[in-house]
Design a protein around this ligand. Sequence first.
Ligand code: KG4
Ligand code: ZN
Length: 334
Amino acid sequence: MGNSVILAIESSCDDTSAAVVINGKVISNITASQKVHENYGGVVPELASRQHQIHIVPVVDEALKVAKVDKKDITAIAFTRGPGLLGSLLVGVSFAKSMAMALYIPLIEVHHMQAHVLALFAEDPKPPFPFLCLTVSGGHTQIVKIEDHLTMTILGQTIDDAAGEAFDKCGKMLGLPYPSGPIIDKLAKAGEVKYEFTEPKIADLDFSFSGFKTSFLYFLKKKLSENPDFIQENIHDLCASLQHRIVTILLNKFEKAAVDLDIKHLGVAGGVSANSELRAKLKALCEKHEWSYYIPKISLCTDNAGMIGVVGYYKYLNKNFVGLDVKPDPRMAW
Ligand code: KG4
Ligand code: ZN
């Protein structure tokens, strides 16, 4: 097979993204984020879908322009089929199908969470098989064992909220706009871990964040009844404390997985892996055990089409294509 020039499209949640991936290398990766959700404490599906419709054409044009690729040179189109919001997915899927039809080129469906993991293959050095990936985003929290580019098993996952949701919901309680994960990360830098929240007792390699979220809410209510300015006066320490708890919950289980399975190569993926404390602590943990670690650059951690194109590349090599009758799958299974 000759060169593969893949145009990748991602529209599962609130970021519209397009990328050009040539022979597995991300050449351009353009993302338009949506500010409209900021004051709602979460993504409003109908607004997200409308924003995707506005952004998709300029974002694709820009990705092609930056990569200096003409439409006629594209060899396949990869798109996120799921999981995600139906109205959001529909925009990317319909766009990908129309373009594949117009250009007479194959279509490749991509699972969004598998793409987060394969973001680790967008840069060098690439992890050797098998390795473990902690995949943490706004909707998922998973420990995944990766045996091959397209062969992955979930070893553990959250039984309730995702790690990103824990950041965003606690941020909302603190009066921060959505998504508050990155804001908490920034505010925590000037704070100290002053408040302790218990770690949930969940079996095996699964996670739970809802108990932590409730204990954070009751803690805040109690403190606010004593001092109405408690949040403003202690925002940095509050962010540092809640971030510390979320990061230790994640890394304690990830360490256990690596020890239990005797796997010495660890990676992180998904929006929450942009968190500076998580990145620093994973590095320290791996150095302590003499494990190797793989942490993608931030633009490849949060939702982006580059990672969709990387999966597209490996599927392209296997001629793993889908027909034009493909539909979005909001609850797509692995
Ligand atoms: O993977 P992603 O971009 O979208 C989903 O597929 O969900 O992840 C978004 C999540 C949000 O919950 C956001 O608050 C969180 O990632 N996030 C962070 C940071 N950057 C993004 N959480 C903590 N610290 C960050 N620096
Ligand atoms: Zn994601």
